[in-house]
Ligand binder design. Structure first.
Ligand code: ADP
Ligand code: ADP
Ligand code: MG
Length: 471
């Protein structure tokens, strides 16, 4: 069994991994850069090491992190999500140094991280893929010819893309000519690769993804699906498990497809297979070879601790469950509480959290690394908290979400919290009738006002009086 883990990440996911380690008697090592000097993840871990003044360089230096793992006596590295989590070179350096990378083999990360290679593997395995190019596009002429064949609208996508970036929809040849160079330049800047490919744009699809677990013995199971259709700019905002709109047959079928996809590439550890759904059509979109931000809701409905399973699998142990042991109960919602201003095009809103009170009560889980007085640094992702609600029925989980969002106090920065209340109150959402067009097609939901809370007004008054009295 793994004895000591270096956590190559920060924020809530680093805290999440520390928690799993603590429950399993595994020692944890945190890393941080200067802006994270007062971050919670390093206070919660057993040991912590500074990686210098640059906000990002330390978190993104594979060789340095592998060496640090060796120096600190760690036998494994957990990469979390984002940062180096899908960096095949990082996994390869771990393999060479004899440090366990908590994830799949570097060759698998490499082949699934490249979206066109992933499409090839899935085609070969008989998993339906979105119609599109065979491999990367050579030039704009090839793109124009192919788009005529497939039919507009089409998507131009960065082959190494992630985080919703490097994806553009084109509704006509004119738009394709405009967008093609833009995606190339965005891909080069964000992902260091100019490779792009084409997919048919599936109009108003649902984003349905399946959580899988695979051990080193070759056993693969799925933990059912999540519906992540509530997105802005191809990025998830609210995630739901299970999807309120799948039939039992669709659920079995898509779960089976995900297992087949993982088996086809010799997958090991936790992963997610993402699909687009329209009517009865299902298309493979991509595989994320890491723990996902929204793994929490699957944990809530199945009771399986996914990070614990990751640590067990990486230790060479067989899966704790067979497929027939996995069942789900009720519904879970995850709200990504981002430090952003929804009214201002979701512009990041960094700064000091003047007042934080965590929601609680039955069926409420909070995964975060913030606290009152914490300064949200401007260098990282704007997601500062995950609010997860569980209840036995869809109606109850919506009511619980509303109540928990109302309980939450997070002041000093703008957040997406109140906007999510608006979504929960929409009848289409309540009926489970939504797809990826929900957010863009309901701009009116942005017309709300943040209510001033009596207690906070009292608090502000007290502070003003104290300041006036020179206390
Ligand atoms: P998930 O797929 O787990 O739902 P996201 O797509 O939101 O999560 O990505 C999680 C984090 O990882 C975000 O901070 C996102 O910006 C980052 N990320 C994901 N993929 C990449 C990538 N290929 N390059 C850079 N950052 C990425
Ligand atoms: P990332 O690696 O950034 O997560 P994905 O390929 O998973 O990129 O796509 C992110 C989102 O973009 C999807 O959830 C979906 O909303 C939208 N999208 C991607 N490809 C298509 C497509 N072919 N048709 C329609 N929507 C798409
Ligand atoms: Mg994706």
């Amino acid at each position: 069994m793994i004895k000591k883990v270096l956590i190559a990440n920060r924020g809530e996911i680093a805290v999440r991994i520390v928690r799993a380690c603590a429950e399993m008697g595994i020692r944890s090592v945190a890393i941080y850069t200067e802006p994270d000097r007062y971050a919670l993840h390093l206070k919660r871990a057993d040991e912590s090491y500074s990686l210098g003044a640059d906000p990002l360089a330390g978190y993104l230096d594979p060789l340095r992190l592998v060496n640090l793992a060796l120096e600190t006596g760690c036998d494994a590295i957990h990469p979390g999500y984002g940062f180096l989590s899908e960096n095949a070179e990082f996994a390869r350096l771990c393999e060479e140094a004899g440090v366990i990378f908590i994830g799949p083999k570097s060759t698998v990360i490499h082949s699934m991280g490249d979206k066109t290679q992933a499409r090839d593997s899935m085609r070969a395995a008989g998993v339906p893929i979105t119609p599109g190019s065979d491999g990367n596009l050579k030039d704009i002429d090839e793109a124009l010819t192919l788009a005529e064949e497939i039919g507009y609208p089409v998507m131009i996508k960065a082959t190494s893309g992630g985080g919703g970036r490097g994806i553009r929809r084109c509704d006509s040849a004119t738009e394709l000519r405009q967008q093609y160079p833009r995606v190339i330049s965005e891909a080069t800047k964000a992902f260091g690769s100019a490779d792009v490919f084409m997919e048919k744009c599936i109009v108003n699809p649902r984003h349905i993804e399946v959580q899988i677990l695979a051990d080193s013995q070759g056993d693969v199971i799925h933990l059912y699906e999540r519906d992540c259709s509530i997105q802005r700019r191809n990025q998830k905002l609210i995630e739901i498990a299970p999807s309120p709109s799948l039939t039992p047959e669709q659920r079995e079928y898509i779960g089976g497809l995900a297992v087949r996809a993982a088996e086809a590439v010799g997958y090991e550890n936790a992963g997610t297979v993402e699909f687009l759904l329209t009517g009865n059509e299902v298309y493979f979109m991509e595989m994320n070879t890491r723990v996902q931000v929204e793994h929490t809701i699957t944990e809530q409905i199945t009771g399986v601790d996914i990070v614990r399973e990751q640590l067990r699998i990486a230790s060479g142990l067989p899966l704790s469950y067979r497929q027939e042991d996995i069942s789900y109960r009720g519904f879970a919602l995850q709200f990504r509480i981002n430090a952003e201003d929804p009214k201002n095009d979701f512009l990041p809103s960094f700064g000091r959290i003047s007042h934080y009170y965590a929601p609680g009560g039955p069926g409420v889980r909070v995964d975060t690394a913030i606290y009152t007085g914490y300064d949200i640094p401007p260098y990282f992702d704007s997601m500062c908290m995950k609010l997860i609600c569980w209840a036995l029925t869809w109606e109850e989980v919506i009511a619980r979400g509303r109540r928990a969002l109302d309980d939450m106090r997070l002041r000093g920065v703008k957040t997406t919290g109140t906007y999510y209340q608006q979504i929960l109150n929409h009848p289409d959402f309540q009926r489970g009738e939504f797809d990826t067009s929900f957010v863009p097609s309901h701009p009116e939901l942005l017309n709300y006002s943040e209510k001033a809370l009596p207690k906070e007004i009292a608090l502000a008054l007290a502070a003003a009086i104290a300041a006036h009295a020179g206390l």
